[in-house]
Design a protein around this ligand. Structure first.
Ligand code: SAH
Length: 251
């Protein structure tokens, strides 16, 4: 069940999902790998509470990519390969799930190309965990039979997102990295046929002590006070808050 993770000849790299922020949302395996780590290579989004689960003696390397700074992806790949070759127990710690954006797949391929097989430890993605923390189920019988997780951040060389088709498909649209582009996104999905009264919820720093939730309509999204990092939920489920329903029943 718990695969051996320390190969002394080649070191060991675990690509670990840190979940949305609250350390209680780590998997048991993620917590074990952190407790055993000699080096933790982490992104900017990983919370201090999660990082503190690594031994005080473990080296921590912040390769966080914030706009305009951070370490280039090629250098991160080279760093991981070098640490693995040094025989270290390396945890590559990424926010949410390592294979949902954040280029975890590319890092796994870069390691594999050097003959280093990394272990992948899935995490709770913010695409589901952030809405849940605001009381929003991404699917709900009668409201939404599917959800799409999409990046709002367009980079050169990336496949453009067909917002109009997403709007036509119905279901819940979950946008990551979309705060800066929210005006364009709202306009595109309205052009695709969504009513401008469609509910929207934006969950900022979900599951941390700094969590805030903004609820509005598509029409208001462009000017709503939303700060990054946030997950933006578009669709009928965005008006739900299962926690507030429970609170109303109690009183
Ligand atoms: N691999 C990550 C996503 C990386 S992309 C995952 O599975 O969650 C980074 C984006 O994730 C941010 O721009 C934001 O949209 C979202 N995000 C990650 N953690 C978040 C959190 N705690 N609260 C709100 N949004 C978060």
């Amino acid at each position: 069940m718990n695969a051996p993770h320390h190969d002394t000849a080649h070191g060991h790299v675990s690509l670990v999902g840190a979940g949305p922020g609250d350390p209680d949302l780590l998997t048991v395996r993620a917590a074990r790998r952190l407790a055993d780590a000699e080096v933790v290579v982490h992104d900017a989004l990983v919370s201090d509470a999660v990082l503190s689960l690594a031994p005080a003696t473990a080296e921590r390397i912040d390769v966080g990519k914030r706009p305009g700074q951070g370490v280039a992806q090629d250098l991160i790949n080279v760093l991981l390969v070098r640490l693995a070759r040094e025989g270290k127990r390396v945890v590559r710690l990424k926010g949410g799930d390592p294979f949902v954006f954040g280029r975890g797949g590319e890092e796994a391929v870069a390691l594999a190309e050097q003959g280093i097989v990394c272990e992948v430890v899935s995490g709770i993605t913010s695409a589901i965990g952030a809405p849940a923390a605001a009381g929003i189920p991404v699917t709900y019988r009668g409201l939404s039979a599917h959800f799409t997780v999409v990046t709002g951040h367009r980079q050169r060389g990336e496949t453009p997102v067909d917002w109009q088709s997403l709007a036509k498909a119905g279901g819940t649209i979950v946008v990551l990295m979309g705060v800066a582009q929210r005006a364009e996104i709202a306009a595109a999905v309205v052009e695709g046929g969504l009513a401008d009264t469609t509910p929207v919820a934006a969950v900022h720093r979900a599951t941390t002590g700094e969590q805030t939730v903004v609820r509005c309509s598509l029409r208001e999204l462009a000017t709503a006070p939303i700060e990054s990092p946030a997950v933006i939920v578009i669709g009928a489920v965005a008006s739900l808050n299962v926690q507030s329903i429970a609170a109303a029943v109690e009183h």
